[in-house]
Design a protein. Structure first.
Length: 277
């Protein structure tokens, strides 16, 4: 947010004309393998995330264009996407007749199933998949049953967030919502190690560029390194979530699948606000 930030769209006035011809989506993916790596370098290092998108809006004079989305390489083999950066085009992503969200978490990337007990949890499922509706119903059941604990904690964390943003706007004339939002999410539920292994291909940690790109963006961190920690957390949730597991059984879900989703839901407070999924 900024009180003086320039618009992302071209400054030339746009005349709205009915029945415009269909325009070919601009942009390209570059050469195989080389194009995605170049775009990944721009996204993380040469330009940064925001400038990566803004510069292409200006280049193509369009808020809809083709590009490669990290991480690509050996983590997400097909990085080719059509980027939607305006309010009019974005809602198409919610049209399940046109968009499939299967085995995806954010963009073209999905964390390893080894981090969730081998189950594709709710945030990885397409609405057409059999477990989606049941798991969604179970998540709302648990959210409702824990509202007296969740809502006050959420309110405290995000009240502080917006106070910080207002202070920055008053003193500096601008405020970075992304960084402050990330910090508020982590304050709401601190699970740094698990988050790192889930979203490391989408992070920068300030390491030397070549080292970080190879370590984080080219290969997954081995899930085995946190398997024991996750198992302890899973066992705790399984032993203390009797009423949720009973509801899962009533809905026709396996207790194990429900518990992995239950653990994931707790952690999704961080990831959900981090990626707005």
């Amino acid at each position: 947010s900024s009180v003086s930030e320039k618009s992302l769209v071209p400054s030339t006035p746009v005349t709205v004309t009915p029945n415009l011809p269909i325009r070919k989506i601009p942009g390209d993916y570059g050469l195989p393998f080389i194009g995605p790596i170049k775009d990944r370098q721009d996204y993380f290092y040469n330009q940064g995330r925001d400038e990566y998108f803004k510069s292409r809006i200006q280049k193509y004079r369009s808020t809809v264009y083709r590009a490669n989305l990290p991480p690509g390489s050996f983590i997400a083999p097909n990085p080719n996407v059509v980027v939607l950066l305006d309010a009019k085009s974005f809602p198409v992503l919610f049209d399940v007749t046109k968009v499939e969200k299967k085995d995806l978490f954010t963009g073209t990337y999905m964390p390893s199933l080894e981090l969730t007990g081998g189950y594709g949890v709710l945030s990885y499922l397409d609405p057409s998949e059999p477990s989606h509706a049941k798991l969604k119903q179970l998540m709302f059941f648990h959210l409702k049953s824990s509202r007296d604990r969740v809502i006050p904690a959420f309110n405290a964390s995000y009240t502080q967030l917006f106070k910080s943003l207002e202070k920055d706007l008053s003193s500096k004339g601008k405020a970075n919502f992304g960084e402050a939002n990330d910090q508020a999410a982590f304050n709401f539920l601190l699970i740094s190690k698990w988050v790192l292994f889930n979203i490391s291909p989408l992070l920068t940690l300030g390491l030397p560029k070549l080292v970080e790109d190879l370590l984080l963006h080219s290969f997954r961190l081995p899930p085995s390194l946190i398997k024991a920690d996750y198992q302890r957390l899973y066992d705790f949730f399984y032993d203390s979530s009797g009423f949720v597991l009973e509801e899962a059984e009533r809905l026709g879900l396996l207790g194990e699948e429900a518990c992995h989703n239950h653990v994931r839901r707790k952690k999704a407070y961080v990831l959900g606000f981090f990626f707005s999924f």
